[in-house]
Design a protein around this ligand. Structure first.
Ligand SMILES: *Cc1c(COP(=O)(O)O)cnc(C)c1O
Length: 348
C-alpha cells in the first residue's frame, strides 16, 4: 500500500512534472529536474534514518533478490565464508544465492521449529572470521521479527530490511550494509535501496561488472546507467510524506498500535491463530489461520467484498496474512478486526 496523498500528488504531476513540460518518465536522468528529485530523495532518506556520510546510499534496479547476490559479490572473496542467521524463507533464499559467490554457513536456523521464532543467541555458531553476518530483521512471509541487532565484535552485520525499513527508528551505525526492495515500505517495485558503509568497499574481492560494483555506483551517484527514475521519484514522495507525518518515531507508534490491535483480535478468539512466539511477532506482516481451514476461501472472498484486499497468505505457507506497512492507516486494521469478529459470529 502507498500513502494516498502520495498517489494523488504523483497523479497530479503525471502529465507534466513542475515546469519540465514532460512527465518524470520522459525527462533525462542527467537533467537538472531529475537531479533535484534524486538529491532530495537521498537527503530525506538520510535525514529520516540519520545516515552519516560514511555510508553510501544507492538506488539500484533489481529488487532485493538481486542484492542477495550483489552484496556477496562486493563483500566477500571466493575463499571467504559468510554467516547467515535463518529465521524465515527470505534468509534461506539469500543464503542460497550468496553461495554462488562465497562459502556460506548457517549460524542457526528456526526452520525445524516451523519458523515460529528466533533461535537463542547462546546457540548461534558464529564465525569470527566471516566476511559478514546476514540477518533478516523482519521475515515477511512467516511474520517473524528479530528483537534487536546481534552484537558481533568484528564481523559486519548485513540486513535485508525489505519489509521493515522506515517502520521504526534504526541505528544505522550498527550495520555494515542495509538493503531493501522498494515495493513494501518505500514505493513501486523495480528498485532496491542499499545503505553501505564506504569503508567496507575499500578492496575489490573479485573483478565485477561496473553495474554490480557498489563503489562504481557510489562514485556515479547510482547513475552508472539509467536508474529506475519513476520508482526513485515516487520513493522521494514517500520520504516527504514520512517527514511530514513526523518521521520514523511517529511511524513506530502508529505501527505498534496497528499490530497490537490485530494481535489482540487474533489472541482473543479460538477461531483465529498466529503461530509466532510472542517476543518475535512482526509489526508489519501478521499471518493468521482459521481453526477450520475449509472456511479460508469464504473468509477471503467475503473480505474482498468488504473492501479488505490482499489478505491471502503467501503460497509457501497458506492461510491469511495482513501486511500492515507504514501507509496502512489504523482505520484499515480496525475494519479488518471488525470484519474478523463479524465473520466468526456468522459461523456460529
Ligand atoms: C519481498 C522480499 C524480498 C524479495 O524482493 P524482490 O524485490 O521480489 O526481489 C526479499 N527479502 C524480503 C525480506 C522480502 O520481504
Amino acid at each position: 500500500m502507498l500513502p494516498e496523498p502520495v498517489l494523488a500528488k504523483v497523479q497530479s504531476e503525471l502529465l507534466e512534472f513542475g515546469d519540465a513540460r514532460a512527465s518524470v518518465m520522459e525527462i533525462s536522468h542527467r537533467g537538472a529536474a531529475f537531479g533535484e528529485i534524486a538529491a532530495q530523495a537521498e537527503a530525506d532518506l538520510r535525514a529520516l534514518l540519520d545516515i552519516g556520510d560514511e555510508y553510501a546510499v544507492l538506488f539500484l534496479q533489481g529488487g532485493a533478490t538481486a542484492q542477495f547476490s550483489q552484496l556477496a559479490m562486493n563483500l566477500s572473496a571466493a575463499n571467504q565464508s559468510a554467516d547467515y542467521l535463518i529465521t524465515g524463507s527470505w534468509g534461506k533464499k539469500a543464503m542460497a544465492e550468496a553461495s554462488n559467490w562465497c562459502q556460506t554457513r548457517c549460524v542457526a536456523s528456526a526452520e525445524a521449529d516451523g519458523f515460529r521464532g528466533v533461535p537463542d543467541p547462546s546457540q548461534w555458531d558464529l564465525d569470527p572470521d566471516a566476511a559478514y553476518l546476514h540477518i533478516t530483521p523482519n521475515e515477511t512471509i512467516v511474520g517473524v521479527a528479530l528483537d534487536g541487532v546481534p552484537r558481533t565484535a568484528e564481523v559486519p552485520v548485513v540486513a535485508d530490511m525489505s519489509s521493515c525499513i522506515l517502520s521504526e527508528p534504526l541505528d544505522v551505525s550498527r550495520f555494515g550494509l542495509i538493503y531493501a526492495g522498494a515495493q513494501k515500505n518505500i514505493g513501486p517495485a523495480g528498485m532496491a535501496i542499499v545503505i553501505v558503509q564506504r569503508a567496507l568497499l575499500g578492496h575489490k574481492p573479485r573483478p565485477l561488472p561496473g553495474y554490480f560494483d557498489y563503489r562504481v555506483q557510489d562514485a556515479a551517484g547510482s547513475m552508472f546507467n539509467t536508474p529506475p527514475t519513476f520508482a526513485w521519484y515516487v520513493a522521494g514522495e514517500v520520504f516527504k510524506w514520512l517527514v511530514e507525518c513526523g518521521g520514523v518515531q511517529e511511524m513506530k507508534s502508529r505501527n505498534r498500535a496497528k499490530a497490537a490491535l490485530l494481535y489482540a483480535c487474533i489472541d482473543a478468539s479460538a477461531f483465529y491463530a498466529n503461530p509466532v512466539d510472542k517476543p518475535f511477532r512482526s509489526m508489519m506482516n501478521i499471518p493468521f489461520t482459521l481453526a477450520d481451514s475449509t472456511l479460508d476461501q469464504a473468509f477471503l472472498s467475503q473480505a474482498t467484498e468488504a473492501g479488505l484486499l490482499g489478505l491471502k497468505g503467501h503460497r509457501l505457507v497458506g492461510g491469511m496474512r495482513a501486511s500492515i506497512y507504514n501507509a496502512m492507516p489504523l482505520q484499515g486494521v480496525q475494519a479488518l478486526t471488525d470484519f474478523m469478529r463479524d465473520f466468526e459470529q456468522r459461523q456460529a
